[in-house]
Each structure stands twice: as C-alpha cells, then as structure tokens.
Design a binder for this molecule. Structure first.
Ligand code: UT7
Length: 333
C-alpha cells in the first residue's frame, strides 16, 4: 500500500469590511502613523461588524475553502479552529460553533488554543489525523475578532491587531509533490506572562470586581523572543528536510511585525520576492494571518500546485512553530 500524505487541498479567507487606519488610531490614542509604520509595517487593519463574532468570519472562510476543494460540507470529517478571540470564553469551542453554522454535524470539532501559532498547531493536528487515517478531509480555520479584546487606551497593543479569518482543507494524497512535508510546533509555558488575555480561573471575571479581559503584551521582550525562536526554528526545519532557502517558493510568516519577518528572512537568506506580506493591510490577525496571507497569494494567482511554502508563527503561551507545505490544491484560473 502506498504511503498516505496530508495535503493542503484548498485555501479560503474573509476580511471584514470596516477599516481602522493609523489616522483613525491617531484620534484614539497617543500614537502616529509614522511610529506605527516604522515600528511594525502596519497601515490599516479590519474590524468585525458588531454582529460578527470569530465564528461568523471563520464560517465564511471555511465555506470558500470547502468549495475550492470541490467538496461538500458532508465530506468534512474533522474541524479544528484556532483562535484567541473565540465566540465564548471557554465553551463551546469556536470549532463547534463553526461546525453548527456550516451544518457539519456529528463530527469531531475542537479548538487548537495556541494564540498566534494556532493555525500551525491546527495544521500539525490535521496532518496527524489524515496520515493516521483518522480523518479524510479536515477543515482547519483561523478566525479572529481580537478587536473585542483590545484596550483602546493601551497604544502598545491596540495599534497592532486586526480581525479576519482564513481556512484550509487538509486531505489525503499519495503524491509527495503535493504533501505537507513537515510541521514543527513548540512551547515555553514558563514565559506565559509576556502575552495573555485575563478572565480565566486564575483571575476570573466576577460581579463586583472590576475586570477587563484585554490582551496584554510585553512587546519588546516578545519581539526578541520571537526573532530568536523563529530564526532557529526555520533553520532547523529546513535542515531536517535537506532544503535550503532558495528552494522555497513562498515564505508565509505570521504577520506580527515587519521587522520580525525581515529578521527571520535574513537568518536563512531569503530574497524579498519570496516573502509574502499582508501586514500593511490587515495588521496582526493572530491565528488567521497565515491562511489569509496564503489566500492573498492564491487570489493573486501566484500560488501554483506543488509550490513549496515555508510557514512560521509565534504567539502567546509562549508558542511557536513552522511548517513546510507543498500546495496540493488547484492553481486558480
Ligand atoms: O503575534 C504575537 C506575537 N507578537 C509579536 O511578536 C509582537 C512583538 N512586539 C513588537 O512587535 C514590538 O515590540 C512593538 C511594535 C509592540 C513595539 O515596538 P518596539 O520597538 O519594541 O517598541 P518599545 O515597546 O520598546 O517602545 C518604544 C517606545 C516607548 O516609549 P519610550 O519608553 O521609549 O518613551 C513606548 O512607550 O515607543 C512607545 N510606544 C509607542 N509610541 C507611539 C509604544 N507603542 C506606541 C505607539 N505609538 N503605538
């Protein structure tokens, strides 16, 4: 029997209509367009409409990914959602809510809780399910309405994040030229306090206790940890697959900071034209940023069947990861 490989069969995404520009933020906090662009590369980000939760954004991206894989909802037999801004605090999972919206019932659905690295954690899990035969067509979704957890008086965080969603169908192939070649995920829970959202059992939201479940980040520390962890990670994943940077068609990094992306690209000697950037338009969309960026490539007709993508992400946990993915979907016409 030939080996089964997991393959990214399709990609889809959705970004809400409302734009929040740097000029808008200048009116809300003590910041400038110049500071934000210079330090992060972000020019604007999207904000979900009042009646849109993370699952609403995710369900739109999911439908597109399923359609582009030429599959029906009934073909999906696993849903994994990655989010740090799920519809509910802890239950139900956003994956279950998305499954309900899609009408994908009686299948396993759960969240991969790894903040901005969530899509790569979901990818690793889906790969294992498909390669073991436990799933045939897994839907993985990164969906964020993180604007709901922004403290719009904290300029160090609120200028960074935006809302959006991306999704991919991970199916089976016997063709290694369309396979997810490798996924590597890691964590360092001893450093959780660099990046978190409060409100859980450690510091619960209770009546009579003023409490704001906002995202908090030690930006500069996180920046340095991210550059170090991601540079080492991409060097290692390339080495253990006997690949070098020139063989990468597209580097699709988590879009947290342009300076982090450039530093990691330089660590492995990537050319600028290999790097996929969406940060200027969407900001940091956390677990959605990688699938949204892959979707941008796809819609620009720059993603061909078999193209080798290098993905990386770093986020709360702390968590990080990287992946080598040969696109298994059809090239858009
Ligand atoms: O996606 C999850 C992982 N996240 C990341 O990887 C993000 C990592 N961190 C970063 O991207 C960067 O650290 C930031 C963009 C958050 C901050 O950039 P930085 O170059 O590390 O700045 P800093 O935190 O060292 O702050 C420098 C100065 C400070 O002022 P003083 O103390 O030098 O007077 C800040 O108060 O910039 C100030 N500052 C701002 N000024 C204008 C911080 N935020 C702003 C702002 N506008 N929005």
């Amino acid at each position: 029997m030939s080996k089964i490989y997991a393959s990214m069969l399709s990609i889809g995404a959705y970004s809400p209509e409302k734009r929040l520009t740097n000029a808008d933020l200048e009116k809300m906090v003590d910041t400038t367009d110049e500071w934000i662009v210079k330090r992060t590369g972000i020019k604007e980000r999207r904000v979900a409409a009042d009646d849109q939760a993370a699952s609403d954004l995710g369900a739109i991206a999911a439908r597109q990914a399923i359609e582009r894989a030429n599959l029906a909802i009934g073909d999906i037999d696993l849903i994994i959602a990655a989010t740090l801004s799920g519809d509910f605090l802890f239950m139900p999972s956003t994956a279950a809510v998305i499954a309900g919206k899609l009408g994908a019932l009686n299948i396993p659905a759960f969240d991969a809780l790894a903040a901005c690295s969530g899509f790569i954690y979901a990818l690793a899990t889906a790969k294992a399910y498909v390669e073991s035969g436990m799933a045939s067509n897994a839907l993985i979704v990164g969906a964020e309405a993180s604007s709901r957890f922004m403290d719009y008086s904290d300029r160090s965080v609120c200028v960074l994040f935006g809302d959006g969603a991306g999704a991919a169908v991970i199916g089976a192939t016997d063709d290694p030229s369309k396979a997810i070649a490798d996924v590597k995920i890691s964590s360092d829970g001893a450093q959780w306090d660099n990046l978190y959202i409060d409100g859980g059992s450690k510091n619960p939201i209770r009546e009579g206790k003023p409490h704001k479940p906002f995202m908090r980040m030690k930006g500069n520390e996180t920046f340095k940890l991210a550059v170090r962890a991601l540079s080492n990670d991409v060097i290692e994943i390339l080495a253990r697959n006997n690949l070098n940077a020139s063989q990468i068609a597209h580097f699709v990094p988590h879009q947290a900071n342009l300076r982090i992306i450039k530093a990691v690209g330089e660590a492995i000697g990537l050319r600028e034209d290999q790097v996929v950037l969406t940060i200027d338009r969407y900001g940091n969309t956390s677990a959605a940023s990688i699938p949204m960026a892959i979707n941008d490539l796809y819609e620009a007709k720059r993603l061909k069947t078999g193209d080798l993508m290098l993905l990386d992400a770093f986020g709360g946990g702390l968590t990080w990861g990287s992946a080598l993915v040969r696109f298994g979907g059809e090239t858009p016409r």
